[in-house]
Ligand binder design. Structure first.
Ligand code: RIB
Length: 320
């Protein structure tokens, strides 16, 4: 099987997630508390972990529907037009009157690392009912969700989707606290290294991933930036290396990973093979500025799968 040929029928992808306008400040470094740095350049871009994940899967040719919300304003309308241009089905992105479109201030330093602060705005109005409407319409496929929506809505929506036979990818980003509440068995959790520590209180990556996999009775794929990823379930631990990348901006690398992972799973790929592909996609995304600009098309992804390319990262880039 090549990456372009599914093993059987292709399942639909639904992303239940956030949409933001990113105010991106490229600066020499990230200011410390109380400090002012005056050397940044500013650009406005589209972002939000959910919308980014949807775009990443659509760039690869996936059939993707986004469930989210924007403000009922010119920024919201422009965000919807951008989703149209990306080929994402946005009929279930609601325009809400009570809040503006979500906004993220993304500060990127000279090394390509970032610090992000989000004002959720309309994202806070998204509810599990918004997804329930879609589950009745679309045949069961792959659901991707993240923690930039109200957490109760996410947990309820995941429960509904799993009960309806959907494969669920939970990207617990951002995560600042231990994971609580009931999650249905069999979900795939995709924290980065920081999130893994926050969710489990354990610093050793493999031990933390085993702990989380046991807690959710599912699979954990921990994304480790330039070090690639590790897949952990009850009976399996597999480390996947990231290819070399000339990283300039890691913003959106994790979103690219999750979108590509969903695309692979929708096409019937085994989890470890899917993670291998998603790591390559995330690595590619770091070579361009902005959350979405470097997300590869299928053609670009296939070109990067050349087995002659170095297997281990030397200068950064990968899913984080
Ligand atoms: O993961 C990157 C995204 O996080 C940005 O696009 C920003 O909007 C925040 O949601």
């Amino acid at each position: 099987m090549t990456w372009g040929e599914p093993s059987a029928g292709v399942r639909p992808i639904v992303v239940f997630g956030s949409l933001n306008q990113d105010v991106r400040l490229a600066s020499s470094r990230i200011a410390r508390p109380g400090e002012t740095i005056g050397d940044a350049s500013m650009t406005l871009r589209w972002g939000g972990k959910g919308a980014n994940q949807a775009v990443a899967a659509a760039r690869l040719g996936g059939e993707v529907l986004l469930v989210s919300a924007v403000g009922d304003d010119s920024i919201g309308r422009a965000a919807l037009a951008d989703l149209d241009a990306e080929g994402v089905d946005r009929r279930h992105v609601r325009a809400v009157a009570e809040a503006p479109t979500g906004t993220a201030v993304v500060i990127v330093d000279a090394a390509g690392d970032n610090a992000i602060t989000v004002a959720p705005g309309a994202n806070a109005a998204v509810s599990a009912d918004d997804l329930a409407a879609v589950l009745g319409e679309v045949p069961a496929g792959v659901l991707v969700t993240c923690f930039e929506l109200p957490i109760d809505a996410v947990r309820t929506a995941v429960g509904h989707a799993a009960a309806a036979g959907w494969e669920v990818i939970v990207n617990p980003a951002p995560a600042a606290d231990p994971l609580v509440g009931e999650w249905p068995d069999g979900c795939l959790f995709t924290p980065n290294a920081h999130e893994l520590v926050a969710l489990t209180g354990t610093t050793d990556v493999e031990r933390a991933a085993r702990q989380l996999a046991a807690q959710v009775n599912g699979t954990v794929v921990a994304t480790l930036g330039a070090e690639g990823a590790v897949v952990v379930s009850n009976d399996r631990v597999e480390w996947v290396a990231a290819p070399r990348a000339a990283a300039v901006d890691t913003t959106g690398a994790g979103d690219t990973f999750n979108g590509a992972l969903a695309w692979c799973r929708a096409r019937g790929m085994d989890i470890v093979e899917a993670v291998r592909v998603a790591v390559v996609a995330a690595s590619a995304s770091t070579e361009h500025e902005g959350a979405r600009e470097g997300m590869p098309t299928l053609e670009q992804l296939t070109a990067r799968s050349d087995p002659g390319r170095p297997a281990r990262a030397a200068d950064g880039g990968g899913p984080s």
